[in-house]
Write a new protein. Sequence first.
Length: 567
Amino acid sequence: MSDEQLVKEKLSKDEQLKKDSNYLRGTLAESLKDPLTGAIDPNDGKLIKFHGSYQQHDRDLESERKRQKLELLYQFMVRVRAPGGITQPNQWVALDEISSQYADGTIKLTTRQSFQFHGILKRNLKTSLKRINEILMTTLATCGDVNRNVMCTPNPYQSGVHEEVYDFAKVLSEHLLPKTMAYHEIWLDGTPLGGTHDVEPLYQDRYLPRKFKIAIAIPPRNDIDVFANDLGFIAIEENGKLKGFNVCVGGGLGNTLGDDSTYPRLADVIGFVTTDKVVEVAETVIAIQRDYGNREERKNARLKYTLDRMGLEWFVNELHERLGWELENSRAYHFSTNGDQYGWLKGSNGKWFYTLFVENGRVKDEDDYQMKKALREVAEMLDGDFRLTGNQNLIIANVLQKDKRKIESILSKNGVLNNPKLTGLRKNSMACVALNTCGLAFAESERYLPSLISKMDEIMRKNDLENNEINIRMTGCPNGCARSYLGEIGFVGRAIGRYNLYLGASHNGDRLNVLYKEMLSEEEILDTLAPMIAAYAREREEGEHFGDFVIRKGLIEHTKRPMQIMR
Ligand code: SRM
Ligand code: SF4
């Protein structure tokens, strides 16, 4: 595309930047070497996302540093790709070491089954990325306008097809990586090719208009929230054999407060594809979004907006035309929950899986709670693997019968064996990172939700509901990183100490919640929820989930736009 065309199309500055970046190089190599600042050039700050890192600063120290006329404490977040969340014990040990040597000492398990490090200083960034690559992991394309980490239901306890489905997550994740050699050159001391040899057959020179997300669910568990993704696959199994996948498109949760042109949207089911054609479908969906996604306004650039602008029917026709064949009609499926099931479960391969509750995904050592130490010890003896769940938890997977007791004792002596007093609310809670690292946070989330839950638990206890599973999610801004719009109770930060309260999502992730009240303080949150919880205890029908109850009682309206099943 010529420069005149770019101007004529009124493309956003980010589009121009990508085009001029020489396949994501920009001046990153020079920025990293500049010893005079802990930051990088602002344009490189955008490009580095494609390489898997964000420039951040410690927001707790912001005003003090400004008062002292010091540069902000710039630091980098690094995200590590783990398709389907699977990680080997030796990789875990290395990630543990990287977090202690170069980051803030913690490992963050994300809502998309990846790892994050926080607090890496510029001078340690290259070494950290090199170490990550040495253990055969990568940070490439974990952020930026490309396909991100591919999620997959992590627990094979009910399904003999998990291995097969997981392979799709891996294949898609790898197949859809950018092909530029920039990553290799900048971080791994590869021979500079200067872009002349780079070819990006799928992404071309401007990459996608916006981030792109793929997830694969294995019913009956929707523990990766398949409908929150740009592209989702729902595994269809018949008589223990994987037949193929229902395809769904157009999910995404981010929105901007006060701008009605942005909104959370669940993906629509558009048909069924057999296993041999999954990669072709994924690539073609991405190519349509590449060609028709909005490149003038980033706020409206996700696939969900392309679909609503062009029409779902148009999209499916375009897909069929490009494929040269049609998707079959979607097959029946049923999701029971989008939560995790804790404790030991036996897999269909006869081995054991222990799902460990990791509050808000933060693996750390604190007083008598030594989770990082415990998991390191487990990694050193484990003859299996680790799996990150889409709910920020961890599965110690493929454990031999003989090792179960040993693992329990390691977890127990370090104070992290699933606490029998873990309440239904806490087990089903999720909070995004927010302060002190996220530059977009309006309010606390990860550092606040645990204490709010303790207070809500008192209300639950008074109503004999402490084991009742209500899924509760909090984010520090409307972007929805902990999928707050899929919480039966959802909180979205508006300002320090103030939250919008959303109610009424389904318990299995197929219905969004609805805004109930705005700008609530903690006291107002508790006063609002207490009578509802009491009514739920008294008047719920058997097996009725809280999200369904608030709708049946007319406390909130049903979501305006239900998910569609097209074919
Ligand atoms: Fe997210 C941006 C953290 C999952 C929607 N997200 C961010 C950034 C990078 C802030 C920024 O742009 O400066 C956050 C970094 C905070 C920090 O300090 O670490 C951030 N997002 C996270 C994580 C770590 C939350 C967590 O606590 O686990 C999750 C990392 C996932 C991963 O491993 O790849 C994370 N983000 C999500 C999800 C959930 C999902 O994908 O299932 C969503 C909602 C689904 C969606 O994409 O719509 C999500 N994040 C966003 C958005 C809004 C996108 C939009 O379309 O409007 C932003 C802002 C943006 O892209 O401009 C954002
Ligand atoms: Fe940051 Fe907002 Fe995402 Fe939370 S939801 S991590 S505050 S961007």
